[in-house]
Design a protein around this ligand. Structure first.
Ligand code: ASP
Ligand code: MG
Length: 400
């Protein structure tokens, strides 16, 4: 007998019919002799609806009360799933985070899990083949309800799996991780395996399937994740620490595009120690996430370019004027960031050459470039990024 954590997302439990499909899936699993800890999200768009209700009453609802409100969504789905399983003669029992002592920090609406009481989970599993846990929620040491941030049920599921030292299966309406967006490159291939690091780097591809904090926890505690569809029996994707030995490391595992990257350049900055850190500290104070950075120095001065998400222009200007009252600031336009990611890059030279070769052949000049051990990103005009992605997918054989 093995114990496994299975997580079902909001669209998988959106109505009674779908809850029945989920219950069938769970039944099959326990018929194999396994015990299942099921973590569920709120039904469909419930969380959005609850947020809207609060916002209709107040523009600034108290975060503690928001958590009190939002945790109700998951409480509905755990009860309905448990009732459905019981109706099928499968003994099941549902639990809120409160009942399982899922302790979090006090940061309402964005709390972090500190500890989970596994003794309770294990003792309930002795009595029931399946227990159902409300995702997305926790309690503070003082006993206040908290939530883990949007999409947080993935995090609940992975944290429970980490605590119990077992695998975690994430079921949603997406059947796995693809080499690239099939909407852009219809021949995109579903991956059987991907590493945590690649998954974290492929944020835009991965985000639809897995919350990045959940991947971080999985990486930290080495929890193998399996992502698959709730509605089909199709093979999904394993997210793991290291690819299995028999699998040849692909040089490029995936390629993604992130849109709406605003490029900003600051001209003729003095080459003094604190200048750069002051700029980025100030942007951080204003909650601006800087992504790509490049600098160009000449004769004792330098230009600095960086990218941020588009919708912050005014705030950024404000922040920068704060530290650089006289500097020439130029907003250079909105671009796409295209990234190729692959653990195999570490050990195979020539990837950059091949990659920039494709750019050159397509007469595309990147305006910014950044790299890590397993990733190369280029900032390119938005009207050419999709064409470029297709070419890259073909060259690095990401189809089929
Ligand atoms: N119900 C929560 C949300 O919609 C948590 C989750 O779905 O993971 O964000
Ligand atoms: Mg959700």
């Amino acid at each position: 007998m093995a114990i496994v954590v299975q997580k079902y997302g909001g669209s998988s439990v959106a109505n009674e019919e779908r809850i029945k499909i989920v219950a069938e899936k769970i039944r099959k699993r326990i018929e194999k002799g396994d015990k299942v800890v099921v973590v569920v999200s709120a039904m469909g768009k419930t969380t959005d609806k609850l947020i809207n209700m609060a916002k209709n009453i107040s523009s600034k609802p108290h975060p503690r009360e928001m958590d009190m409100l939002l945790t109700t969504g998951e409480q509905i789905s755990i009860a309905l799933l448990s009732i459905t399983l019981n109706e099928m003669d499968i003994p099941a029992k549902s639990f809120t985070a409160y009942q399982l002592n899922i302790i979090t920090t006090k940061d309402h609406t964005k709390a972090r899990i500190k500890d989970i009481d596994s003794t309770k989970i294990l003792s309930e599993l002795k009595k029931y083949p399946v227990i159902i846990v409300a995702g997305f929620q926790g309690i503070t040491e003082e006993g206040d309800l908290t939530t883990l941030g949007r999409g947080g049920s993935d995090t609940s599921a992975v944290a429970i799996a980490a605590k119990l030292g077992i695998n975690c299966e994430i079921f949603s309406d997406v059947s796995g991780i693809y080499t690239c967006d099939p909407k852009i490159f219809p021949d995109a291939r579903k991956l059987s395996y991907i590493t945590y690091d690649e998954m974290l780097e492929l944020s835009s591809l991965g985000a639809k399937v897995l919350h990045s904090r959940a991947v971080e926890i999985a990486k930290k505690y080495d929890v193998p994740l399996y992502c698959a569809s709730s509605f089909t029996e199709e093979e999904g994707t394993w997210v793991v620490n290291r690819l299995p030995e028999w699998l040849e490391e692909p040089v490029v595992t995936g390629v993604t595009i992130e849109e709406n990257q605003m490029k900003i350049t600051l001209y003729e900055l003095p080459e003094e120690n604190q200048v750069i850190s002051n700029i980025f500290k100030k942007l951080a104070d204003f909650n601006i996430n800087v992504d790509m950075i490049s600098m160009f120095s000449y004769g004792g001065k330098f230009h600095l370019s960086f990218t941020v998400l588009e919708d912050h222009k005014e705030i950024i200007e404000n922040a920068l004027r704060n530290v650089l009252p006289k500097t020439k600031i130029s907003f250079d336009g909105i671009y796409d960031k295209l990234s190729i990611v692959g653990v195999g890059m570490k050990s195979s030279p020539g990837v950059a050459g091949k990659f920039f070769g494709i750019l050159a052949e397509s007469s595309i000049k990147p305006v910014l470039v950044t790299t890590s051990e397993i990733k190369i990103s280029v900032l390119v005009p938005s009207d050419v990024s999709k064409k470029l992605l297709k070419k890259i997918a073909e060259t690095f054989e990401l189809g089929g």
